[in-house]
Write a protein that binds this ligand. Structure first.
Ligand code: ATP
Ligand code: MG
Length: 585
């Protein structure tokens, strides 16, 4: 198709918008792709919509190819379905709730497990109708506490959500693997650099899950990946290799109380006592909330111990304790539990429950707080029974850690990522609650085993920009560029316009999308906008090129090592075929 600049809405701006922080937000605003309507709510202008649609098409093709079937569920939903599974309450403030004219409770869909489960329980009765995978590409609504990065984290956004239904766990695993392969093809075709990472499955019944993380320094998620094998995980979920147990020394120090006035922080005490931070047992107090036997919740203060140079991973702590939530205790709670100021807690003599990380438990002659302000104890050995504690993997993985899978020493490298997709085996969590049952070959009634699979389609628009831009603007991968070609005609005389029209038509005939900058503007202005909008191929026709019956061809993202300013003079007669070849790759 051909879009003339003078006939469309293409509002590029020079100034960097003040409120935009990351590159994609700035460039999508400046390039005229999106405009804000409200906090976390955006218009897609023509250019932005073209990118969104191209991404949707790739997603749709690969979902269809994987055997999934497209459906469309409503965004406006009666509360009954979320009430059936308890999510009407659990979802909290993220759920956008609405009353209709009769006072009935409704909400806007943040995700559709309940709705699709209801659809299937009405229609599917027998094992003969399974497996099934149903997907949609649809607008989702979440009242995010912190919408940010423009369309990166919106309150209204486009998601592809798919749900698989199988007769048993093995079937669900097959469906999951099929989706994993489809996602690999999708992210690869979109030109995104990604890692498949192990994720925390959270509280909701899931056993197996993975995130598709798009690597970008601006990403919200911290990832560790092994440099030698394919192990990669969100730090929330990353395992840490167990410590190698060294032979204990012949004699252990006796526990000794030392005066450490005003030295509450590890770095300060370590310097004061001339010991490495790895000789310390860092003890943090957490308020742990658990579900009681009834509907009530119970709370307890628990001590979590990690090595002085390590950090507590609160999700691991929560999982280790089977808790609903954990949060750091207040100063007052610390006083109550240890009779000391913050900074002097330690497991020796502590009355409450203690959980110790495996790497902290093996420290020989450790230093830790004495549960007395301005005092520490030295010579602490868990192996000798100096304190009682549950051992767990509690610490946050970090760059330089050994790989838990292949064992490579220092194999972990840290990355930042943007969660582009998430695949998940749900099991029978929803199907049991909602009685989504089928009858198996032997006539027994069983809950269907489900999986769910999301892709943040609109988030991918921003993610692609994060990975593909430079100081001048966006560099769209060919597969999702709003137009393949940015055609600049440098004059509005008859000959130039005719040559521009002829080339644009020839390109259109070959399936190439052309944005034709036919404005009465200086070349400098057009070239700046061409770089900003970021179509992969720029073609220029002016008096000089016409004298040679040619046009100038320049790539927005030339191969590494080539001069970024270089262009090529191509005879007009060959240009369309040449360019179409580049577009097809
Ligand atoms: P996040 O941790 O980023 O909030 P999530 O775990 O809540 O994501 P899912 O519920 O798994 O996300 O949704 C599927 C996909 O939808 C995510 O992988 C992400 O790409 C996208 N997504 C989630 N929330 C938003 C949002 N507020 N704006 C844009 N895309 C989103
Ligand atoms: Mg979220």
């Amino acid at each position: 198709m051909i879009q003339r600049f003078t006939k469309g809405l293409l509002p590029t701006v020079k100034e960097t918008p003040a409120d935009a922080t990351n590159a994609s937000h700035k460039l999508l605003l400046r390039g005229g792709f999106v405009r804000q309507v409200g906090a976390g709510i955006y218009n897609f202008l023509p250019l932005g919509l073209r990118v969104l649609r191209k991404i949707e098409n790739v997603v749709r093709q690969e979902m269809d190819r994987s055997g999934a079937q497209e459906v469309l569920m409503p965004a406006l939903l009666p509360a009954d379905y979320f009430r059936e599974t308890g999510r009407w309450d659990l979802y909290g403030d993220v759920l956008l709730r609405i009353k209709d004219r009769k006072g009935g409770d409704y909400h806007l869909g943040p995700t559709h497990e309940e709705i699709v489960t209801d659809m299937v329980r009405r229609e599917v009765k027998s094992y003969r109708q399974l497996p099934l995978n149903l997907y949609q590409i649809q607008t989702k609504f979440r009242d995010e506490p912190r919408p940010r990065g423009g369309i990166m984290r919106g309150r209204e956004f486009t998601m592809k959500d798919a749900y698989s239904f199988d007769v048993d766990e093995a079937g669900a695993v097959t469906s999951y693997e099929t989706m994993r392969e489809a996602y690999k093809r999708i992210f690869t075709r979109l030109g995104l650099t990604f890692r498949i990472v192990q994720a925390d499955s959270g509280a909701i019944g899931g056993k197996t899950s993975a995130e598709f993380q798009i690597l970008a320094d601006s990403g919200e998620d911290a990832i560790v990946a092994c440099t030698h094998c394919d192990y990669a995980a969100n730090v929330e979920a990353a395992e840490v290799a167990a410590p190698v147990a060294a032979a204990p020394p012949a004699t252990l120090e006796a526990i000794t109380k030392v005066h450490t006035p005003g030295k509450g922080g590890i770095a300060d005490v370590a310097a004061f006592l001339k010991r490495g931070a790895d000789q310390f047992v860092k003890s943090l107090l957490y308020v742990v909330v658990k579900a009681g036997p009834g509907a009530e919740k119970t709370t307890e203060v628990v001590m979590a111990c990690v090595r002085g140079d390590h950090e507590v991973n609160e999700i691991k702590l929560q999982n280790a304790l089977g808790a609903l939530e954990v949060h750091l205790a207040s100063e007052a709670d610390v006083w109550k539990a240890t009779s000391a100021k913050v900074g002097y807690a330690g497991p020796v003599g502590f009355a409450g429950k203690v959980v110790v990380d495996r790497h902290a438990a093996v420290i020989v002659d450790a230093v830790t707080g004495a549960n007395e302000t301005d005092h520490h104890v030295t010579g602490v050995n868990f192996s000798r029974g100096d304190y009682q504690a549950v051992i767990a993997d509690l610490r946050q993985a970090a760059e330089g850690d050994d790989c838990p899978k292949c064992g490579t020493k220092g194999g972990f490298k840290a990355y930042k990522g943007i969660e582009g997709g998430h695949i998940f085996i749900l099991g029978t969590h929803y199907s049991s609650k909602m009685k989504c049952h089928f009858v198996d070959e032997k006539g027994a009634e069983k809950p269907i085993v489900m999986g769910c699979y999301g892709i943040g389609v609109s988030r991918l628009v921003a993610s692609a920009v994060e990975q593909h831009h430079d100081a001048d603007g966006i560099r769209w991968p060919m597969a999702i560029a709003p137009y393949h070609v940015y055609l600049c005609t440098l004059a509005n005389d008859e000959a130039t316009t005719a040559a521009g029209q002829a080339l644009a038509s020839a390109l259109e005939a070959q399936g190439v999308d052309v944005l034709w900058d036919d404005r009465d503007e200086r070349p400098g202005v057009k070239f700046k906008d061409a770089d900003l909008i970021g179509c992969p191929i720029r073609v220029t026709i002016g008096k000089k090129t016409l004298d040679q019956q040619a046009c100038e061809l320049k790539l927005r993202n030339p191969a590494p090592g080539t001069d970024p300013k270089a262009f090529e003079l191509v005879p007009l007669a060959d240009a369309a075929t040449r360019i179409a070849g580049l577009v097809r790759g």
